[in-house]
Write a protein that binds this ligand. Sequence first.
Ligand code: NAD
Length: 245
Amino acid sequence: MKAALVTGGARGIGLATAKGLLAEGWQVAILDRDSEALEAAGKEVAGLTLINADVSRPEDVERAVAEITAAFGRLDGLVNNAGVADFGPIRETTFERWRRVMETNLDGPFLMTQAFTDLLAADGGGAVVNITSISGLRASTLRVAYGTSKAALAQLTLQQAAELGEIGIRVNAVAPGPVATKLAMAVHSPEIIAAYHDALPLNRYGKEEEIAAAINFLLSEKASFITGQVLAADGGFEATGIGLP
Ligand code: NAD
């Protein structure tokens, strides 16, 4: 049975992705640094393997490889979904805030994919999906750290696809538009929420399951000739050329 690992899987888009994969017959592990949320997810959803780890810490990532090897002995799908958001203008973004964003959003997917490459390449290859954002597609006055981290993750996706294709690993990204998760609601002001509703062609926030469906498609055999793409699941944001609120 195919095995997948979803980082930041204890809630939000990650947990919806894990549920979707379980329903499609995968064996699934979720990795999260929030042990309470991880435990709650384990109680809510039967059959998940739980890994309490921080994707920005190399020693945690190495332990995750050992735990996945012990649990499944293989890995076919890796979803680099763990992320943090911190909105603020340049002069208010301290180096600590900048580093906090980069460590999870950029260092994490680099470390995870590097550490799991051998396992993904074994047994016929595998697929990686990195979760970027529409915040990485345009500049805005609030997203110096978050937007830069996601634009860099899109480029990392292309680098990984270019290099790992020959050993059978496809690497793509999904760039979600706004979804009302804990992460988004901590940084979306009422003005931002209203502006997204007005400006998006679909006039609404996305649902966690709608982002999960795009991720799970890219992991699946249906996407077997697709690599190096950033798929926007964004209610039409990218198509219209509107600015970020
Ligand atoms: P969320 O806050 O609901 O879930 C994120 C999870 O990641 C949490 O469980 C958190 O504990 C975990 N996490 C954070 N840092 C971690 C680390 N260093 N190691 C391990 N786990 C860590 O957020 P979400 O909205 O579901 O976000 C999922 C992804 O989607 C993120 O990468 C986010 O940037 C991206 N995204 C979200 C939106 C949105 O509007 N919600 C839009 C675009 C992109």
